[in-house]
Design a binder for this molecule. Structure first.
Ligand SMILES: N[C@@H](CCC(=O)N[C@@H](CS)C(=O)NCC(=O)O)C(=O)O
Length: 259
């Protein structure tokens, strides 16, 4: 059996996408979670390339960056149970939808979530205190300020115009999800595929289903709640909850293992 090591950020939706794929296939894997922004250096060192994002999966020592490439490799090595449809045109459609949710929904959800959290200094400090390990946890206030600067540089999270655009793109993502679902339960071929997994994983910070492994504090910021409230009755929102409830199989993390 191949040795699998996942380098991940516990809260991140792209990382949840890969954890879900690994768990769906029933694969055992070790987890490593170096803290951002150090993870960018780790990603470069592991992949020996300019790749700076997590997740990175090591398979027998070979490092693969990018959630889409990781799932492609998992499909190749561990085809059962499959996430790709066998029919070539359905497979193309599933991969196009994976790409759409990765590119069009992942970034605005991240921008808006951090926009609302970083505006609230106390909440941000609490979050950093809860997620920092070791002696650095004692300096949560200073770390929160540094994290805010980093997130703003990387993802423009302080921008109100950016947040407005993110809200628009998230709703457009829900529109597309519902249009693609039509009357069906699944996006492609009447069964759970990489398209459903990607859409649900990348929308998890919006829907916050109970099966999602990690959430940013028990109570989301009030402004985030105001954005979510009118979306809760939408079919796409309910569908994300349903996908987690039906398909988010999780292997227990061994005691003492990293998060
Ligand atoms: N296209 C990449 C996106 C992954 C990604 O953006 N990961 C974020 C966490 S949400 C990250 O590591 N960001 C570090 C950075 O860009 O500064 C994938 O699908 O794996």
């Amino acid at each position: 059996m191949a040795r699998l090591v996942l380098w991940h950020i516990p809260v991140s939706h792209y990382n949840e996408k890969v954890r879900w794929a690994l768990d769906f296939k029933g694969l055992e894997y070790d987890r490593r979670a170096p803290q951002p922004p150090v993870h960018m250096l780790v990603a470069m060192a592991l992949t020996r390339s300019p790749h700076v994002t997590f997740p990175v999966l090591q398979v027998d020592g070979e490092a693969i960056g990018d959630s889409t490439a990781i799932i492609a490799e998992l499909e190749r090595r561990f085809p059962d149970p499959p996430l790709y449809p066998p029919d070539p045109s359905e497979r193309r459609r599933a991969l196009d939808l994976e790409d759409f949710f990765d590119e069009e929904v992942g970034p605005p959800i991240r921008q808006l979530g951090w926009h609302e959290i970083t505006r609230d200094e106390k909440r941000m400090t609490r979050y950093i205190a809860e997620t920092t390990r070791g002696p650095l946890a004692r300096f949560a206030g200073a770390q929160a300020a540094a994290a805010r600067r980093f997130l703003d540089l990387r993802f423009d999270v302080a921008s109100e115009d950016g947040a407005q655009e993110s809200r628009r793109r998230i709703v457009a993502g829900l529109d597309r999800l519902e249009a693609e679902l039509g009357d069906g339960d699944y996006l492609v071929g009447g069964r759970f595929t990489v398209a459903d997994l990607t859409a649900a994983a990348l929308l998890y910070p919006l829907v916050l289903p109970p099966e999602a492994p990690r959430q940013l504090g028990s109570e989301p910021p009030p402004a985030y709640e105001r954005f979510r409230a009118p979306l809760k009755n939408r079919r796409g929102y309910e569908w994300v909850r349903e996908m987690f409830a039906r398909h988010r199989r999780r292997l227990p993390v061994p005691a003492g293992a990293q998060p």
